[in-house]
Design a protein around this ligand. Structure first.
Ligand SMILES: Cc1ncc(COP(=O)(O)O)c(C=O)c1O
Length: 446
């Protein structure tokens, strides 16, 4: 086993990433463009990607489990996607006007997603949850949204409560106090608390939930909880919002709503929906989506309509990419393939854990997997699972895996239909070696 520190090994193996990181720190806070990419001593700088792999500026090859933060269901640079984007870029990237691709894109979403009567395109997942919450407030005339601890819905003010530990403190400084007051945070998976909060507050417009479980499934949920949530929200005329930014077109062609057979009022989409380019959407019931419509009624248009702009909404490039991917999703094979490989990966990694005697388990949902070390996830409460997924130690295993040629998304990752059994074998072998490094560094840090 290599007994050098992470810093020594990173310096030796990724020298050009180090140089780029030092340059980046001169112009980008912490050298970064997304908090989730923070890594000490420095992150790898990626040069190119194809299929299931990516290569850094030193030529190191990685089996990639970030998959564009979960956006790349078909892997990197899928030929159909490349073709669709190349054809579109030559025809124009922004018409400042309506175009056929946005219609086709919405038709596909509507065809695949049970809840999607109507669709409105936005620029990102954060914008999708922000718009869905605004629609719910306008529809009900009420002000508050219930969210669950450990569930992530983007970075706008109202969804910063109870994202990371300690849950009592919002995930960011600088958040408007009035926004925090508009959000009711509850522990996940406890229906009685939801019922009580709706009854006692009397001002609840919506419940927003990651239907696959908090932090893309790190804190699992159950179909039973979702079904009961549907019942309780319907009985109290509260809008049920499924944040399917991750699960949409990944867990099943129709997302978590198809997988669990629970239809929300509104659904938030991003990532896979835009084929790996920027973009997202809110979709849902006609009666709610109607709030975005113009009518032959000046009063309605000025005082009752929900306003919504966004320069890059449904831009032709994202639309072309989204259509190319959703047409593949509709066939069903890519999801089945990614799910099957994810199961194989978890089995292999669990065997390694068993062999090495390190307590822990790898658990999966569809094509997403999570690694819980030093704990049996079934016995751990939601705070412990949130800590494992996003806490200060969440990158330690990732560093050890990077040095073995595998890029995990902290303690887990996303499979794509481009991954192969050779990738799975390589990852399992890397996991066995990385666990030894992880255990050594854990000892050093204690
Ligand atoms: C469940 C969920 N909702 C919302 C978002 C925010 O999406 P975006 O990064 O596109 O703003 C994310 C991003 O990872 C997410 O996982």
């Amino acid at each position: 086993m290599d007994r050098r520190s992470f810093e020594e090994r990173f310096n030796a193996q990724l020298p050009h990433s180090k140089i780029l990181y030092e340059r980046a720190c001169q112009v980008l806070p912490s050298g970064l463009t997304h908090d989730g990419r923070h890594l000490t001593p420095f992150p790898p700088y990626i040069d190119r990607a194809n299929g299931s792999k990516k290569w850094d500026v030193d030529g190191n090859e990685y089996v990639d489990y970030w998959m564009g933060h979960g956006a790349l269901l078909l892997g990197h640079a899928h030929p159909k996607l490349v073709q669709a984007i190349q054809e579109q870029v030559a025809r124009g990237t922004h018409f400042g006007g309506c175009h056929e691709l946005e219609v086709r894109w919405a038709e596909l979403i509507s065809q695949l997603m049970p809840a999607a009567n109507k669709v409105r395109f936005v620029g990102s997942g954060t914008e999708a949850t922000q718009l869905a919450m605004r629609l719910a407030r306008a529809f009900t005339g009420r002000g508050k949204t219930i969210k669950f601890a450990g569930h992530f819905h983007g970075w706008h003010d109202a969804v910063t409560p109870s994202v990371i530990l300690p849950f009592e403190v919002p995930a960011s400084a600088g958040v408007l106090r009035s926004s925090l007051e508009s959000t009711i945070s509850l522990p996940p998976n406890d229906l009685a608390l939801v019922e009580d909060a709706i009854k006692q507050e009397g001002d609840v417009a919506a419940v927003i939930v990651e239907p696959g479980g908090g932090s893309w499934g790190a804190i699992p949920t159950t179909g039973e909880f979702l079904r009961e949530l549907r019942r309780v929200t319907a009985e109290n005329e509260v809008v049920l919002i499924f944040d399917e930014v991750v699960t949409g077109f990944r867990l099943a062609p129709g997302g978590a709503q198809e997988y669990y057979g629970v239809i929300p009022d509104l659904v938030c989409l991003a990532k896979v929906v835009a084929g790996g380019l920027p973009g997202g959407a809110v979709a849902g019931r006609q009666e709610i989506m109607e709030l975005l419509e113009f009518k032959d009624d000046l009063d309605w248009n000025r005082y009752r309509k929900v306003a919504h702009q966004g320069t890059f909404n449904a831009n032709p490039l994202s639309a072309a990419a989204g259509i190319a991917v959703l047409e593949e999703v509709a066939k069903g094979d890519c999801i089945r393939q990614a799910n099957g490989l994810c199961g194989q990966l978890a089995d292999g990694m669990n065997e390694v854990l068993h062999r090495t005697g390190i307590e822990g388990r790898v658990y999966v949902q569809g094509s997403m997997f999570h690694i819980a070390l030093e704990v049996e996830p079934a016995d751990a409460d939601y705070k412990r699972l949130a800590e494992l997924a996003k806490g200060p130690g969440a990158n330690e295993l990732r560093k050890a895996m990077l040095l073995e040629g595998v890029d995990l998304m902290r303690n887990g990752g996303f499979l794509s239909s481009a991954h192969t059994t050779a990738d799975i074998d390589k990852t399992i072998q890397a996991f066995a070696k990385a666990l030894a490094t992880w255990a050594l560094n854990r000892g050093r840090n204690r």
